[in-house]
Design a protein around this ligand. Structure first.
Ligand SMILES: [Zn+2]
Length: 333
């Protein structure tokens, strides 16, 4: 077991203070909790011997979205700091209280990914968000933010990114997604803050909450290593993964109208056509109460897997307006 460096209240993460060619384990103090002690956020910093970009990878910003943690743990086993150019700043557990409570939200039930960049003097979650940004994320040159579906739902491996912007499009293409959804940067998200502040960022949605899904984790790891090869942080040929990815310019959830027992029919990444039946809602006697149809043709990004549903339950996350972009090439690769 190697020693963990503690970075106290008033200090920031200072890369220049960490020795090159090594992996560093740190705990950084963010705001104080109700015991009056700081939330300590774990960081893994790998400093390369040579200069290069700083890629930041954040996981579990929603505290129950855990596939990104395993992705980071697998990544550190792939990297030899002596052969690395540039730096990796890895945050396996971004939302510490949410993680402890096994929930999406922060301790005050606020979604951290809606309030970025927070405020130094605001409510509990705002203060935490403020120091998370100012002490950690502001040090990144690029950000990959790792998420999963929400509770009771499953996701394919998909990317949310602004593909009209060349830098974020390149980051998206370097991954190996099944699906890319064009997303302008929503206000308050970590990705939105980063892109506005000159840190190209994408969101990678990896499968389901509360689980480790090694197939999807390994695919995500492949995409991250590909990104590092593209930026010449590690050696090797950049893989052009884009041939089989589907790109949609919009996505939305289809909701149930009635409550009951729901069975969603298509599999993840299936294509559905307009008018196709995508789910049945049964009453408690096994009779069909509602037949839910796709109102547009598209691709299944995510779906509900919890059968007991209230009226107004999210049924299926549909990616629509599938298109071929002007280019599926990665510039310079
Ligand atoms: Zn999330």
């Amino acid at each position: 077991m190697k020693k963990v460096l503690i970075i106290k209240n008033k200090e920031d993460l200072k890369l220049s203070a960490l020795k090159r060619g090594e992996l560093h384990r740190l705990q950084l103090h963010l705001s104080h909790n109700s015991l009056g002690v700081p939330w300590k956020i774990p960081l893994i910093v790998i400093r390369g011997m040579k200069k290069g970009p700083t890629i930041g990878i954040t996981a579990a910003l929603h505290g129950n979205e855990l596939n990104g943690i395993s992705t980071i743990f697998k990544l550190i086993n792939e990297i030899d700091p002596q052969k690395l150019s540039g730096d990796l700043i890895l945050v396996p557990i971004s939302n510490v209280p949410g993680y402890l409570m096994n929930q999406r939200y922060f301790s005050d039930n606020v979604d951290l990914n809606r309030i970025m960049p927070g405020k130094p003097e605001g409510n509990t979650s705002s203060i935490y968000a403020h120091y998370f940004i100012s002490k950690i994320v502001s040090k990144f040159d690029y950000l990959l933010d790792l998420h999963t579906a929400s509770h009771g739902r499953v996701n394919s491996l998909y990317i949310r990114a602004d593909i009209e912007n060349e830098e974020t499009r390149t980051l998206a293409y370097l991954q190996h997604p099944q699906i890319i959804v064009q997303k302008y940067d929503e206000q308050g998200t970590l990705r939105g803050w980063a892109n506005e502040n000159g840190i190209p960022a994408i969101t990678i949605e990896i499968g389901n909450p509360n689980a480790f899904q090694h197939e999807l984790i390994d695919e995500t790891l492949d995409g991250i290593l590909n990104t590092m090869r593209y930026f010449k942080m590690i050696r090797g040929k950049v893989k052009d993964f884009m041939k089989d990815a589907t790109i949609c310019d919009h996505s939305y959830w289809i909701y149930s109208k009635s409550g009951g027992i729901i069975d969603v029919l298509p599999k993840l990444a299936d294509t559905v056509t307009q008018g196709e039946t995508i789910a049945y809602v049964y009453d408690v006697f096994g009779q069909v109460k509602e037949e839910i149809k796709a109102n547009k043709s598209g691709i299944v990004i995510g779906k509900n897997i919890r059968p007991n549903c209230d009226a107004g339950t999210r049924v299926l996350h549909l990616g629509v307006n599938i298109f071929e972009p002007l280019s599926k090439n990665i510039p310079g690769a």
